[in-house]
Ligand binder design. Structure first.
Ligand code: PLP
Length: 378
């Protein structure tokens, strides 16, 4: 039987060859390949600076550190997102303030954002979930001078009103986990147009060192060790990953275009299923298509969402809930005291969303099979 995974990265000969150079030269940690990857990433996303780190989670953490988030501060975050978008706020000793989502877009609801802002709000993290940008103009209008950190983990190559993700807020954060559109195994990227923040972020990721290893290597004064005037972290990407990133980033638009074509196929073909809602679209948004996430209306569907997912699994098609409501996870309910019922939109998305396979290893026949099986559920 046909087996279709929910997601599968496209890596192969080229990526494998790319790792040869760092292995042969022995420059393994952040060096020339990471710098090249950063340059290509910055160019593609039309931002002045890109700073590579070990994951989107560490990128988000550093973004908050760079903005001075600490004890007594509040950071607003959508209730429906990957858990680490909220965890990083706790890493800083600050308080996550959850805002419900608009189930239509799965993104933070700007109308509800207003009521979450207090004098303690130090930052807002809009998430571009599944590759669809948050409504950044509305969010900026409401946020005023409060800094915005984009969680663009799913949104490499996405855009809002012709501005690429990563340049829509003060700092952007991206992921290169294998579930995202381009991958380096694990990996992340920070983006910003602010020179000072960029400088600060590069120091923070490298133990807080005031000069990089590479600068030291090329410098004329071998006795100089870097100074450390801040509490830094080791969040450096390796050059092995950088080398893979250089190959992958060049394929980003090809990957997105191909996914967009099949997303459109799904949209058209699945429109006739009255219990299934396809992802929201708008011409102001260029979707990054990290995932294709549908919503099941159980008042109309012949089976529950979970039963439908089981039926699909038995036919070789793997699916997943879009993501989780952080506000329903036991650490947040039990230890942080969040009441999940305060976030009904996130709860609906948690219980009724279903991502169906969309990735660049699927064949035409795979897509047609998914549609055929879905249409056959009655
Ligand atoms: C994947 C993801 C993350 C975490 O990315 P990592 O690189 O695995 O740390 C954070 N936020 C969102 C919205 C994600 O989808």
């Amino acid at each position: 039987m046909r087996q279709i995974q929910i997601s599968q990265p496209v890596t192969g000969e080229e990526e494998w060859q790319a790792t040869k150079e760092p292995l042969m030269t022995g420059w393994l940690t952040a060096g020339p390949k990471v710098r090249e990857f950063e340059q290509l990433f910055a160019e593609r996303h039309n931002v002045k600076h890109a700073i590579a780190v070990t994951s989107a989670t560490t990128a988000l953490h550093l973004a908050l550190v760079a903005l001075g988030v600490g004890e007594g501060d509040e950071v607003i975050v959508p209730a429906f997102t990957w858990v680490s978008t909220a965890n990083v706020i706790l890493y800083c000793g600050a308080k996550p303030v959850f805002c419900d989502i608009d189930v239509k877009t799965f993104n933070i609801d700007p109308e509800q954002l207003k009521s979450k802002i207090t004098s303690k709000t130090k930052a807002i993290i809009p998430v571009h979930l599944f590759g669809l940008c948050a409504d950044m103009d509305r969010i900026k209008e409401i946020a005023g001078n409060i800094p915005l950190v984009e969680d663009g983990a799913c949104a490499a190559g996405a855009a809002y009103k012709n501005t690429p993700a990563g340049g829509l807020g003060n700092i952007g954060c991206f992921s290169f986990h294998p579930r995202k559109s381009v991958t380096t195994g694990e990996g992340g990227m920070l983006t910003t147009n602010d020179d000072d923040i960029a400088e600060y972020l590069s120091q923070l990721r490298n133990h807080g060192a005031s000069i990089s290893e590479e600068q030291r290597h090329h410098g004329p004064k071998p006795y100089i060790l870097p100074d450390f005037n801040m509490l830094g972290y080791n969040y450096r990407m390796t050059d092995l990953q950088g080398a893979v990133g250089v190959v992958q980033i060049k394929k980003l638009d090809f990957f997105i275009d191909e996914r967009a074509k099949w997303a459109e196929f799904y949209d058209k073909e699945l429109a006739s299923i009255d219990w299934l809602t396809t992802p929201w679209r708008d011409e102001n948004y260029k979707h990054g298509w990290q995932s294709y996430v549908t919503l099941i209306d159980e008042s109309k569907s012949p089976y529950s969402r979970n039963e439908i997912m089981e039926i699909l699994q038995n036919k070789g098609i793997s699916t997943r809930p879009g993501t989780h409501a952080v506000t329903m996870l036991s650490y947040y309910t039990d230890k942080i005291g969040i009441n999940p019922n305060d976030f009904p939109g996130a709860m609906i998305a948690n219980n009724q969303s279903m991502a169906i396979p969309l990735h660049n290893r699927m064949t035409d026949e795979d897509y047609k099979y998914v549609v055929e099986v879905l249409k056959g559920i009655e």
